[in-house]
Design a protein around this ligand. Sequence first.
Ligand SMILES: [Zn+2]
Length: 166
Amino acid sequence: MQSLLAACHLAKFGMNENLLNIYYPLDKGMYKQYYAGPADGQKRQRVSEGWMRGKEAYLIVRAHRIFIHLFPGNEDYSRLISVTDLWCFFQAYVTLYPQDNMTPNRMHYMIEKVRARRLRIMKECCSCGKPFLLHEEEFTWLPCAVCEITKTALTAQNAQQIKAAK
Ligand SMILES: [Zn+2]
């Protein structure tokens, strides 16, 4: 029952049917009843890895930190994630970061890419010391993407302050 409930919730938050069926096969009619489609202004997310690097890479860093907190002993993502696990993971994320463009589909792809070694698990960031994920094609000596966006935000803020002071 809990699994069914979790699956319905994930459908409501736009999880693709083919992905949802990996975790919990739902009857087609039932799925349609709950599926809300991508949220307003949100593009349908596919298997693409683009968002896991560059400007949006902080999403996987935040998600990874939540993941290891929620599922101790599964830091390497080797253990199975159930449909209820995925729902908890998603809920935790959107509670902490309601403004972020995170979806159950993206969470699924993130887990998949870690397992496929496309995302590296990094023990600690050279700047904040926290664990993070890094796309295989990024440079390993860089600080994590969360530090990067904080730095960018601070630089912009500084520039504004300097401008205002003039
Ligand atoms: Zn960092």
